[in-house]
Design a protein around this ligand. Structure first.
Ligand SMILES: Cc1cc2nc3c(=O)[nH]c(=O)nc-3n(C[C@H](O)[C@H](O)[C@H](O)COP(=O)(O)OP(=O)(O)OC[C@H]3O[C@@H](n4cnc5c(N)ncnc54)[C@H](O)[C@@H]3O)c2cc1C
Length: 222
């Protein structure tokens, strides 16, 4: 981590007792994933989209030709995908708020409550992700209003500079309400958690109706 150093007492925020700063890399997933996707296609890769109920459907060639190997990256889906059905997989629910604040150029984060912390991640396009939550075993798939307000409150306390420049210039203390006109969208997702950590393992699996033929299988999820 270049420029890594401990924060001085006058740099600490939100009553923190210690802190660090460093230079690192972040990237826009919504730009990066399409680029990766194009790399697969230009190297002769092919993408077939399908809802898989059981890995045998893939092994038997239900969606394309029979595979020589199978790599399972099903995330939270590994809990229910037939042939995997890993009960150790569970959701770690995360909620975020996306705002447009192109004047913010630095990430910031603070952990102050169990399951809730404030983080601020600017994107090159001027949008800034505000988070967030880490709620273990919480399956609720939509943003919750009370969490939304908590995220805005935590973000403005951690980083008053998020408020529009005219608010800062006015000299009054910025509040969560100053962020509301900047909101682009509320977000929510289920991170794939797993008791015992990531399952990264290799095995072989029998192809159904193929006279005992076996192919390698790699598990990579959680
Ligand atoms: C709010 C939030 C903020 C986050 N912020 C960050 C961040 O800033 N930085 C960071 O590094 N990470 C972040 N993460 C975590 C990151 O999103 C996950 O760690 C990552 O997406 C896990 O990747 P994965 O490929 O293992 O699983 P996933 O991204 O969940 O992909 C699994 C895929 O498998 C598919 N699938 C599952 N079951 C089936 C089936 N039966 N048939 C067909 N397809 C199936 C799913 O549709 C999905 O496309 C965040 C997560 C959340 C929720």
């Amino acid at each position: 981590m270049p420029d890594y150093r401990k924060l001085g007492p006058d740099e600490l925020r939100l009553g923190a007792t210690s802190g660090t700063c460093f230079t690192s890399v972040t990237f826009d997933v919504w730009r990066y994933l399409p680029w990766l996707y194009s790399q697969v296609l230009t190297r002769g890769g092919r993408v077939v989209r399908a809802q898989v109920q059981h890995i045998n459907q893939v092994l038997e060639g239900a969606f394309c030709e029979k595979p020589d190997a199978l790599v399972i990256c099903a995330g939270i889906g590994a809990r229910t995908l037939g042939g995997v059905e890993d009960e150790d997989v569970f959701p770690i629910r995360g909620q975020t708020v996306l705002i447009h604040a192109p004047w913010i150029k630095e990430c910031m984060g603070s952990k102050h409550l169990p399951g809730v912390s404030s983080y601020i991640i600017p994107r090159p396009c001027g949008d800034v992700i505000l988070g967030g939550t880490w709620l273990y075993g919480d399956w609720y798939p939509k943003p919750r209003e009370e969490t939304h307000d908590q995220i805005l409150e935590g973000a403005i306390q951690l980083c008053p500079e998020l408020a529009p420049p005219e608010v800062l210039a006015s000299g009054r203390t910025p509040t969560a309400d100053d962020l509301k006109p900047l909101i682009v969208e509320a977000g929510c997702g289920l991170r794939p958690g797993r008791k015992g950590g990531v399952r990264l393992a290799r095995d072989v699996v029998e192809v159904p109706n193929a006279e005992g033929k076996k192919v390698p299988i790699v598990y990579n999820y959680g």
